[in-house]
Write a protein of this length. Structure first.
Length: 283
């Protein structure tokens, strides 16, 4: 994910969203995983490398899936806005650390570890290899001795309407947004569904689209934002404010040029028009 601040809560941290994603993508909408059956676990894992220094792996989000006090599995979700060639090696690192942690706990039964990758790209499919063997040049005769490792990548922008219908949380809004964004780069959000976790949805959209306008709606500015229709109104207002500001600057530059032609020196012309000193201007 890259830009995620580990101090911030991301959308999938919420149990209702995490469970919804697992149910929607792995169980075709069947409500197998309940939000109350999920328990947070550390996303940090440490290991000692050849340099004798401790290194750390960090997942986006991971949880125990428990049912009637029985721990069934360790589930992890990774968010990607871009294709990462070496993703299979990253995932095998995360999963290996999760298994190693269980061994260190001397558990009587080892829990299966499941990690899925959510790819939010809208320009192209994930065409990079999804298993480690596809990313290596294996000498002749060694192939059968090299263990493979496959990752599961879900291309959110290419989900079908049926797949989107499986979701019941804010993730349905997110998935619908990226599907429409793929079909139309100038898509204006028109989903009237009420958003439960407004800040986290906006942060995800900002990070995964690279559009800083969503960040401007965070905090107090999000008051009154209940759906993507409200978000669209805020985006339109931000665009109008930007246009107004650009128009004001253009007007000041025109006045500045007139003052210079009338004999005012640069410093005085800048002061009168309140233009920034570091702005490059022509007479």
């Amino acid at each position: 994910m890259g830009e995620k601040d580990i101090t911030e809560k991301i959308l999938e941290d919420y149990n209702d969203v995490f469970a919804d994603i697992i149910n929607g993508l792995l169980f075709q909408g069947e409500q197998r995983v309940l939000p109350e059956a999920l328990e947070n676990i550390s996303v940090h894992s440490q290991y000692k490398a050849d340099d004798e220094k401790m290194h750390e792996l960090e997942r986006d989000v991971a949880k125990y899936w428990k049912e009637k006090e029985v721990q069934l599995a360790v589930c992890g979700i990774e968010n990607q806005s871009r294709i990462e060639k070496n993703m299979p090696f990253r995932i095998i690192g995360y999963d290996g650390a999760a298994y190693r942690s269980q061994l260190q706990q001397e558990r009587s039964k080892i829990l299966p570890v499941v990690t899925i990758v959510l790819y939010f790209g809208t320009d192209r499919h994930w065409r990079s290899g999804k298993n480690i063997k596809s990313l290596m040049e294996i000498p002749t005769g060694l192939d059968e001795f090299v263990s493979d490792y496959q990752i599961k990548v879900f291309e959110i922008a290419w989900l079908s309407e049926e797949q989107i219908s499986y979701f019941q949380s804010d993730f349905r809004i997110v998935a619908n947004f990226f599907v429409n964004k793929r079909k139309n780069k100038n898509y204006i959000p028109d989903d009237p569904t009420e958003i439960q976790h407004v800040d986290e949805v906006l942060k995800l959209l900002q990070v995964m689209t690279g559009d800083a306008r969503y960040k401007r709606i965070f905090g107090k500015k999000k008051e009154g934002v209940h759906s993507m229709c409200d978000v669209a109104e805020r985006l339109e207002k931000i665009g109008w404010e930007k246009g107004q500001m650009e128009g004001q600057i253009e007007g000041k530059i025109l006045v500045y040029k007139n003052l210079r032609r009338e004999g005012f020196d640069e410093k005085e012309a800048r002061r009168l028009t309140e233009l920034p000193e570091d702005m490059t201007l022509e007479q």
